[in-house]
Design a protein around this ligand. Structure first.
Ligand code: FAD
Length: 279
């Protein structure tokens, strides 16, 4: 069972818990992006069942009128095993989702996975007429070029700052530089994309920048944040009429995800400590 302190960041161990979390989000005008926790599988006996679980999940979402979609990690569905395993599993998730009218996001992992991930999304974006989206990372120097390419691919693109510790030869390391590049890349998206822009950030400065760009260029956009992070801010955005999505992790592999959230920010650690101490 997930302890109550982790429940803030993870919507339970089962799809039932995750779907009912999306129901409550929808009541606040926020849509849900469901992510079954798991990554870096080296065997198909682990990767294939998670792909099966996503196929079941998109069918389940498709049978409801919930505002929800899924987000998949490439190494969870076979990328560390082979490109072929990844593509077979991604294809069947996307085909099932497409048949149900459920959108599929593909998360972006470290830089060694960027090309194969973008190639898959390019292909599936055209095949489904835009029912897939992909995450790109502002800390990678290549991302400006990747956005040029993605502007021609039907679907959506989530811009994040980047969660992986990449070498300085290919990535910006200074936080202030990543912020500056994030702003520039947002402007590139608002000017070169017709829509499908997802601002994947909790940073009020980046969100304010996106709002200004929207006012200037009129391009539609959405904001995406993680469950348990700035949830008041998420509700404020939804109340202001901005399309807001919450990324909702669930599943039995919750511990390492929760531990990452606690480590990355003092306020999360304090929150966890207070919950343990009952204060
Ligand atoms: P930061 O630079 O961490 O913080 C900037 C400001 O945001 C802070 O000063 C504060 O004002 C506010 N803030 C941030 N966190 C908190 C908090 N816990 N509580 C209160 N205020 C806070 N990375 C990948 O590499 N690949 C992915 O596929 C991927 N998918 C993502 C999907 C979503 C929906 C989101 C939100 C993030 C994803 N990330 C992904 C992670 C991303 O790359 C960043 O590591 C992460 O979002 C932290 O950057 P930030 O822009 O939120 O703000």
């Amino acid at each position: 069972m997930i302890p109550p302190i982790a429940n803030n960041f993870v919507a339970g161990e089962t799809a039932d818990g995750a779907v009912s979390h999306v129901e409550s989000l929808n009541r606040d005008g926020i849509a849900g992006i469901l992510n079954l926790l798991g990554e870096h599988y080296t065997d198909r006996t682990a990767a294939d069942p998670d792909a099966d679980a996503y196929v079941d999940l998109v069918r389940r979402l498709g049978a409801t009128d919930l505002d929800g979609c899924v987000s998949v990690k490439p190494s969870q569905i076979g990328l560390d095993i082979s490109d072929r395993a990844f593509r077979e599993n991604l294809d069947r998730i996307v085909d099932a989702a497409d048949a149900e009218g459920v959108f599929v996001w593909v998360d972006m992992e470290d830089h060694e996975t960027t090309d194969v991930t973008l190639n898959a999304v390019d292909d599936l974006g055209h095949r489904t007429g835009g029912n897939v989206g992909v995450c790109v990372q502002a800390n990678l120097k290549r991302t400006r070029d990747d956005l040029e390419r993605l502007a021609e691919v039907p679907g959506k693109v989530r811009l994040v700052k980047g969660a992986y510790n990449e070498p300085a030869s290919i990535a910006y390391k200074e936080k202030s530089k990543v912020d500056e590049v994030y702003r520039d890349l947002l402007e590139q998206m608002f000017t070169e994309f017709d829509g499908g822009i997802a601002v994947g950030s909790h940073d009020p400065h980046m969100i304010a920048h996106a709002r200004r760009l929207h006012e200037q260029y009129g391009t539609p956009y959405e904001v995406q944040m993680l469950m348990g992070v700035r949830e008041d801010g998420q509700r404020d955005l939804a109340d202001a009429g901005i399309e807001t999505w919450q990324y909702v992790p669930y599943g039995d592999k919750w511990f390492s995800y929760f531990y990452r959230r606690v480590r990355e920010r003092k306020s999360n650690a304090l929150f966890a400590l207070r919950a343990v101490a009952g204060i």
